[in-house]
Design a protein around this ligand. Structure first.
Ligand code: IPM
Ligand code: MN
Length: 359
């Protein structure tokens, strides 16, 4: 089992250290190799995704990824910015299926800004298409406006597009995931306005014919954003495009109290995967030892489950995380009165201790 370890920038290195520590005490043999990515790679090699890092990721069974980005790189040309590393990995490894669960842990019900009865027991799964849509559509760029309303001005443009095979494969992923859960899928689009998403709706409906045991509902993205905060427990599997998925998954994360708790998996057709916390590099708290490592630790659990075929080990990690929450340990992002505030390393150590206590 070969794992590429890409800590990245900001809190990435701190949280990754804890996840590696947790993996190290599982009595499994991994071959782990670390490489620089994002701003760290730009500093060292002049590129956010150096060829050696990409080659390592491609050769691995799975990639465990921290986070990339820092405001100090905002002025670089786009191809050199840290975000290009994660976009490049997604595209090059064809990681088209992004799983972003939003689970509200019982102990953290009160960490959400929503009323406890709205979020208690929440367990939903956003499946975001990750290699298409306006993120990657061509052409894109800036130009002097040729004619028409903006004549004489300059303009910028991106292209929203989806091909039939791209929609079909993510629809299959969603229906199959729903079969293992509550057998219902909500497909989110903007079919009332966008040609791309009318096509999305049509193709998802066609694929659904192969899954008569799964209920399919369609919803416009603006309404979905509203339903997510109004009555999120009505929802289960949500499938959507790259950009809507980006936005809705952050919204869903906040239902659970903290984005610092949420793992994610990005898979290709071979079940090779990239696993990363749903949160970013948080440069404001980087190096302070206060970041929550649980999202990365839970991402490692997802990696064991989806790419490394180690379901038992995945469950052990998830149980250990629940145990430390039950013990009342909290990093700052999930702290509330009556619990004990701990730092990044202490949280990682507590997960290790809980794993050992399982015997
Ligand atoms: C995410 C992030 C990325 C995205 C950025 C960093 C490119 O926001 O993983 O959700 O927009 O996909
Ligand atoms: Mn995002």
């Amino acid at each position: 089992m070969k794992i590429a370890i890409l800590p990245g920038d900001g809190i990435g290195t701190e949280i990754m250290a804890e996840a590696v520590k947790v993996l190290g005490c599982l009595d499994l043999r991994f071959e782990m190799e670390e490489a620089k990515v994002g701003g760290a790679a730009y500093e060292a090699h002049g590129h956010p995704l150096p060829p050696a890092t990409l080659a390592l990721a491609k050769a691995a069974d799975a990639v465990l990824f921290g986070a990339v980005g820092d405001w100090k790189y905002d002025k670089l040309d786009r191809p050199l910015r840290p975000e290009q590393a994660i976009l490049g990995l997604r595209k090059n490894l064809e990681l088209f299926a992004n799983f972003r669960p939003a689970i509200c842990y019982e102990e953290l019900t009160h960490a959400s800004t929503l009323k406890p009865e709205i979020v208690a027991g929440l367990d939903l799964l956003i499946i975001r298409e990750l290699t298409g849509d306006i993120y990657f559509g061509q052409p894109r760029g800036r130009r002097a406006s040729p004619d028409g309303a903006f004549a004489g001005a300059d303009e910028a443009f991106d292209t929203m597009r989806y091909s039939r095979p791209e929609i079909e494969r993510i629809a299959h992923v969603a229906f199959q995931a729903a079969r293992k859960r509550n057998k219902k899928v909500l497909s989110v689009d903007k079919a009332n306005v966008l040609e791309t998403f009318q096509f999305w709706r049509d193709v998802v409906t066609e694929v659904h014919a192969q899954y008569p045991d799964v209920a399919l509902e369609h919803m416009y993205v603006d309404n979905a954003a509203m339903q997510l905060v109004k009555d999120p427990k009505r929802l289960d599997v949500i499938v959507t495009g790259n950009m809507f998925g980006d936005i809705l998954s952050d919204e869903a994360a906040m239902l659970t109290g903290s984005i610092g708790m949420l793992p994610s998996a990005s898979l290709n057709a071979k079940n090779q995967g990239l696993y990363e916390p749903s949160h970013g590099s948080a440069p404001d708290i980087a190096g302070k030892g206060v970041a929550n490592p649980l999202a990365t630790i839970l991402s490692a659990a997802m990696m064991l489950r989806f790419s490394l075929n180690q379901e038992a080990a995945a469950q052990r990690i998830e149980a250990a995380v629940k145990a430390v929450l039950a013990q009342g340990l909290r990093t700052g992002d999930i702290y509330s009165e009556g619990t004990r505030k701990v730092g990044t390393r202490e949280m990682g150590d507590a997960v290790v201790a809980a794993l050992k206590a399982q015997g």
